[in-house]
Design a protein around this ligand. Structure first.
Ligand code: MG
Ligand code: ZN
Length: 375
């Protein structure tokens, strides 16, 4: 009996020791994976892309999306300083500056005070920076990363703000806000004087491998995929990555799939699904580079959900969905955050949209900034 008791005790001690060792190993593993910091961050924003939007793309594309390769997944709370339901200005400003602000604000806090964006911090630290969008490059989402304006609708003022920075690459529509302005300034000429290669067609944009690039391939917005945009977004993302990756110090790039939001506003599920698939093709370009590079963190999220989309039925085989929308506007629901690459695990769980800024800043060791305390 005594011997048995000793045996039991010994095995208990051994089990405890094993658990401890395993715990230590886990801890070491977590620490070492946290210590591996990315040199580059590619932040991909699907405007209006909630879970149902992702799933509509996944279904229409017969169950295949590059996004399914992401293992670190969380959620982002998107409310703004003034509204449960944010607009894209406040939503992007939260991601770009870590501040909850009022709806329609661009790179300013709730008292309209300009706040430095992660793109500006990255520039300051000698990293290369870029913005890519299917909409006008002066539209709310890209604008919030580079401009500081009290209201999102002042596209000419936003275009002029591009000249105040040293952004390396921007590709999107919105040429008219640089060239046909009330103040008669010719911003295209000013960009050339600053050393930018200013080009207007996707073919000439794609040929550029280094230096500064202003690629303005449409007078205003690019059309929807279903109206003939083609593979502009994946091509533009690839071009930007090619150029920015010349800088061995690293880069920050934001890529926006703008039209997912517009499909939601139009309550057109096919429009939404096609835009998600196109955005996912751009995600594929980012992953392709990140896989080769090994030092690149890819984050895919949204500024908010649009349309209150619900999928009632669908077929992966046929690639069809039966959908309903609850609104032609935005909804207040959480949106997904997918992360892939060094530091990805930081984006798991439910987080404020503003925390994503703080996490990106500390991973890139920028500004010595910590995430803003949230109320
Ligand atoms: Mg947008
Ligand atoms: Zn919208």
């Amino acid at each position: 009996m005594k011997f048995r008791k000793i045996c039991k005790l010994l095995s208990l001690v051994m089990i405890l020791a094993l658990i401890c060792m395993n715990g230590l190993a886990q801890k070491r593993k977590t620490r070492s994976s946290l210590e591996k910091l990315p040199n580059n961050i590619i932040l991909m924003i699907g405007d209006g892309m909630g879970v149902a939007q992702v799933y509509s793309g996944l279904t229409v594309n017969h169950g295949q999306l590059n996004l399914t390769g992401f293992k670190s997944i969380g959620f982002s709370k998107t409310y703004s300083a003034t509204d449960y339901t944010t607009d894209s200005g406040a939503g992007a400003t939260a991601l770009s500056t870590g501040n909850k602000t009022y709806n329609y604000a661009i790179g300013v806090d709730k008292d309209s005070v300009p706040c430095k964006t992660i793109l500006e911090y990255a520039e300051e630290a000698g990293l290369s920076t870029g913005l890519v969008s299917t909409s006008s490059i002066t539209h709310a989402t890209p604008a919030a990363f580079i401009a500081h304006q009290p209201f999102r609708d002042d596209y000419e003022a936003i275009a002029a703000d591009f000249l105040k920075t040293d952004i390396d690459v921007f590709i999107g529509g919105g040429r008219q806000f640089f060239s046909q302005r009330k103040d008669q300034r010719d911003l295209l000429k000013e960009l050339r004087q600053k050393g930018y290669q200013v080009v207007f067609s996707m073919d000439s944009i794609q040929n550029i491998r280094q230096g500064k690039l202003a690629g303005l391939n449409a007078p205003d917005h690019n059309p929807a995929v279903v109206q003939g945009r083609g593979d502009m977004l994946p091509r533009a993302a690839e071009t930007a990555i090619n150029i920015l990756s010349n800088n061995k110090k690293g880069f920050f790039l934001m890529v926006e799939g703008s039209h997912i939001d517009w499909g939601g506003h139009a309550n057109n599920a096919d429009y939404v699904a096609r835009e998600v698939i196109d955005f996912d093709n751009a995600i594929g370009k980012a992953m392709e580079f990140a896989q080769k590079d090994g030092n690149t963190l890819v984050i895919v999220t949204a500024d908010h959900e649009t349309g209150g989309l619900v999928l009632l039925d669908g077929s992966f085989e046929k690639g069809t969905i039966v959908a309903k929308f609850a609104t032609t506007s935005h909804s207040g629901t959480m949106v997904p955050v997918f992360a892939w690459g060094p530091g990805a695990e930081n984006f798991q769980g439910i987080q404020e949209n503003t925390e994503i800024f703080g996490k990106m800043m500390s991973l890139l060791k920028l500004g010595g900034v910590t995430p803003n305390p949230q109320e």
